[in-house]
Unconditional design. Structure first.
Length: 142
């Protein structure tokens, strides 16, 4: 799974890469920590909301169900949004080089969500209307 390798790349790059300048570290660690915690919280909330329908693969589970409650009221892919927010926060708190694999992770999730949505429309006809009124990752933006 490509996203798992990229997440490892984020962790490694921020551990061995150049750090933020000394004077900027404390504020960046605080802000980054808050963003990362929010991302982890969103991921957990979205994951729990999906229940048995959760899968790390883009194809919906055979016995899954269409979920549009909880964080899915506001965005179609809050799991992906949560993971990217956690990665952004981590990179902000640790080292600037982490933004390179974080950007790659965002691209992978964008592509993955596009493929996933084709299958969701096929499996759940109601997904088409939901898709028209709900943003993909960030409410009111994208």
């Amino acid at each position: 799974m490509l996203q798992s390798l990229i997440i490892v790349g984020i962790a490694v790059s921020t551990a061995v890469g150049p750090r933020w300048p000394r004077g900027d570290r404390i504020p960046l660690e605080i802000v980054g920590g808050v963003i990362a915690a929010g991302g982890i919280g969103l991921f957990v909330y979205a994951r729990v909301t999906l229940g048995h329908s959760f899968t790390p693969l883009p194809r919906p589970r055979e016995r899954g169900s269409f979920t549009h409650g909880g964080p899915y009221r506001f965005a179609r892919h809050p799991v992906y949004t949560g993971v990217v927010l956690a990665a952004v926060g981590w990179s902000l708190a640790r080292a600037p080089i982490g933004f390179v694999p974080t950007a790659l992770l965002a691209v992978v999730f964008d592509l993955k969500s596009r493929r996933e949505e084709v299958w969701l429309v096929e499996r759940y006809p109601a997904y088409t209307g939901y898709r028209k009124r709900t943003r993909r990752f960030v409410p009111r933006l994208y």
